[in-house]
Design a binder for this molecule. Sequence first.
Ligand code: 4NP
Length: 160
Amino acid sequence: MRILFVCLGNICRSPMAEGVMRHLVAEQGLSRQIEVDSAGTSNYHIGAQPHTGTLKVLREHGIDLQHAARQFKPSDGERFDVLVAMDGDNLADMQQTLGKNGAKIHYLLDFIADGPRGRGVPDPWYTGDFNEVYRLIEAACRGLLEHIQQEHLDRPQGNR
Ligand code: 4NP
């Protein structure tokens, strides 16, 4: 099972989601079953480390992240089982890159139970509020992991 989180720059939101999700996956002892990565729809920051605000809030929650920004590419649609966009612009850009494979893209915050559908993760590049973004991303990643465990990992062999 491979999960890819996607935002615009791949330095603020999607690497934060990558770090949080990998941490939750490790807590559940699922690191060998679930692979986590992130990418950006733009080429603005290719090769860059995550934003210091993202690294700081992750560190405050005991999460260490190594990631160099990369751009989302058509082959990501085949390599990853779950594609997760941070907002509607990301989703539209991903659909354009993927063409017909775009159907399996999800909004991250749709994995928060009982929340509004299609809600975007606010971009801390503009808001500066990395703590708010962390809270949203953590809640959604918990929901996403539960969803994956129920839908993809718990079923008997041969029934996937
Ligand atoms: P991200 O935030 O998409 O969450 O990584 C941004 C990072 C950089 C820019 C915009 C958003 N930028 O315009 O450079």
